[in-house]
Design a protein around this ligand. Structure first.
Ligand code: GLN
Length: 455
């Protein structure tokens, strides 16, 4: 814990931690020490972790990197963080992210962007990805031994790929969403970000639980994931989806994909060419459904119930209060998504956009169901279409350019499936690249076992 607290201070230029909790960390470390001496430790006891700002932690500012939650200090604890503390983990602080988890570069944060510890040519500052950019940067720079992230459309896996770390998005329902500030409730899922697959297995085991406070929590026992890591994947069938071979895929991404398939084959898996025919509709469907749900979830920030309220002028009434609070509290990307969301949900366009997207979502899920029914155990694909790029390289006025970052990641969220990104190689500049394995629902243990072969 002391080593991490020192590293956090020395690496403040990474802007990974946005709120430190050093005193709390020291108290928790002492308690963990006592627990270890009493012989009551779990594998997480005494392990210092960072928490993405989107998780409510009792008594600690938790504002999803949004100005609108300035001053909000939760009076309750998210289930995920409570589970981690129950297992003996130590809280180092809150981690940077894109505002309300909307983004792929961590640039949409009220704290300014987190910085990737990997540097570009001539020391150029790179994005750690997003939205869990602070979590990824902190793990990659050894500021913590693990971090929590959330993945609505790739926000755990893409930052993991950009920083050479491991990121696991569990099956929808495996981890409780209670106390996690909502982005798109039917897609959101929290998961671990770590240095190794084994660490991800240990941390997932501590985070996951059946939770009556989340009606979508799956009523299934949480296995001992670490004990499932045998490294034996002989006879497993790994699907290579041909629709992911998009036009203009960079050579190093294509080569990485082949390398991953070879590693799995060498370990005794069978590599099978498969089709997921509705893949090309995933990105447009995601960018209808996610903003629709976001616009509804964000309606609660009204200047009354949480956080910030704008200064009002003479004669301003309640409508002006809402308008001014939301106009100054939400950043441009969040405002854009609220507008898209309310538009696709409006009476005149509901069928044309929202309902259509929901139908597409069902077809995407069916593609995976069919592959798994045919005996496929997991699907292998690149995590991202490129390595980390310089901060500022994305034109913030051209959101579609940024949305294209998510081309490989959003399908799994729409289908509710688990996926893990593992660092497998480098691009021509020596920057890390990741591959993802997409698994069968609620078989995270199996998935992690396969992922270990790619490490
Ligand atoms: N980049 C995607 C988005 O902006 C995914 C974000 C996420 O998974 N939270 O919606």
């Amino acid at each position: 814990t002391e080593a991490c607290l020192g590293a956090i201070e020395a690496s403040s230029a990474l802007n990974a931690f946005v709120h430190g909790t050093a005193d709390k960390a020291r108290d928790m470390a002492k308690a963990a020490d006592a627990r270890i001496k009493a012989g009551e430790a779990t594998a997480m006891t005494g392990i210092p972790v960072g928490i993405k700002d989107v998780f409510c932690v009792k008594g600690v500012p938790s504002q999803a990197a949004s100005k609108i939650l300035d001053g909000f200090v939760p009076e309750y604890e998210s289930t995920v963080t409570q589970n981690l503390w129950n297992a003996g983990a130590v809280m180092l602080g809150k981690l940077n992210q894109d505002e309300f988890a909307m983004g792929s570069t961590n640039e949409a944060s009220c704290y300014g962007p987190a910085v990737n510890p990997w540097q570009g040519a001539d020391g150029q500052k790179l994005t750690p990805g997003g939205s869990s950019g602070g979590s990824a940067a902190a793990v990659a720079a050894d500021l913590c031994l693990g971090a929590t992230g959330t993945d609505t459309g790739g926000s755990i896996r893409q930052p993991a790929a950009f920083t050479g770390t491991v990121g696991l998005r569990p099956t929808y329902g495996r981890v409780s969403r209670w106390g996690v500030i909502a982005y798109a409730s039917s897609l959101d899922q929290a998961g671990p970000m770590t240095k190794t697959v084994r660490d991800a297995a240990i941390m997932l085991g501590a985070m996951a639980s059946v939770d009556p406070q989340d009606s979508t929590s799956a009523d299934l026992p949480v296995p001992d994931y670490e004990s499932l890591l045998t490294g034996d994947i002989r006879g497993k069938k790994i699907g290579i989806p041909r629709e992911y071979r998009i036009d203009g895929m960079p050579d190093d991404i294509a080569a990485l994909w082949d390398k991953g398939a070879d590693m799995l084959r060498d370990a005794g898996a069978e590599i099978v060419d498969i089709s997921l025919p509705h893949t090309k509709y995933a990105l447009p469907a995601y960018y209808v459904i996610a903003p629709a749900e976001a616009s509804s979830n964000l309606a609660r920030y009204d200047g009354v119930r949480y956080g910030r309220r704008a200064k009002l002028g003479q004669g301003d009434g309640i409508v002006e209060m809402y308008e001014k609070t939301r106009a100054e509290g939400f950043g441009p990307e969040v405002q854009r998504r609220i507008m898209i969301g309310t538009y696709v949900l409006s009476a005149g366009f509901y069928d044309a956009y929202y309902n259509r997207a929901r139908k597409v979502r069902a077809l995407i899920k069916r593609d995976f169901d069919n592959a798994y029914a045919d005996g496929i155990d997991a699907v292998l694909a690149p995590t991202t279409p490129s390595a980390a790029f310089p901060l500022g390289a994305m034109d913030q006025t051209d959101p579609v350019q940024m949305y294209l970052q998510d081309v490989f990641t959003v399908t799994l969220n729409l289908a509710g499936l688990p996926g893990v990104s593992v660092p497998v190689g480098q691009d021509k500049q020596g920057l890390p690249l990741g591959l993802q394995l997409i698994g069968r629902p609620f078989e995270e243990g199996e998935l992690l076992n396969q992922a270990m072969v790619l490490e």
